[in-house]
Design a protein around this ligand. Structure first.
Ligand code: HEM
Length: 151
């Protein structure tokens, strides 16, 4: 009898632990950064994104000088990775210019902005990023449009 009380107490304690101490608890949802797959996945998506941009006749002329200069290409890549990483709640720090500073004087059109977003979506699709995460990332980048288009 004493032993079955002890067993009951152990079972109750175990079920309490499983119910209330679950580390994957809804109260601490993963950041978008984590759900995207962290820095490795963000770097892979960024590389594909840049490949798509270079192959996109609507906007690739804008990046001709960048592509011709490996150091400049590398810097743009790193800035984009940091920007996506930081924006999605990851441990990076964006160290580039503001969106207004870096696109000022370019007079970028709506069509060009949409083309670049399309190139990013195609990269996310290539890596099977789910719709929810795609939408969340685009919701972070979308508001930057007013500092990029028509400046
Ligand atoms: C949400 C949309 C966009 C984001 C997040 C974005 C992000 C960036 C970032 C982080 C940089 C680097 C800033 C630095 O050097 O400190 C940059 C530079 C640049 N962006 Fe954008 N951009 C966007 C849209 C566009 C569009 C639509 C175009 C043209 C079609 C464009 C053309 C450029 C060019 C030509 C540079 C200079 C690259 C270089 O330094 O060689 N961007 N952008």
């Amino acid at each position: 009898m004493k032993n079955s009380f002890r067993l009951l107490a152990i079972l109750l304690a175990a079920s309490f632990t499983l119910t209330f101490c679950d580390k994957d608890d809804e109260a601490t949802p993963a950041t978008l950064y984590d759900r995207l797959g962290g820095i490795a996945a963000i770097s892979a998506v960024t590389d594909q994104f840049l490949t798509n941009v270079v192959g996109d006749n609507v906007i690739n002329a804008r990046f001709a000088a960048t592509v011709a200069n490996p150091a400049r290409t590398q810097l743009l890549r790193n800035n984009l990775i940091d920007q996506i990483c930081a924006g999605s709640g990851g441990p990076c720090q964006y160290k580039g210019k503001t969106m207004l500073e870096s696109h000022k004087g370019m007079n970028i059109t709506d069509a060009e902005f949409n083309a670049l977003v399309g190139d990013l979506v195609a990269a996310l699709d290539k890596f099977n990023v789910p719709q929810k995460e795609k939408d969340e990332l685009l919701a972070i980048l979308g508001p930057m449009k007013s500092d990029i288009v028509g400046k």
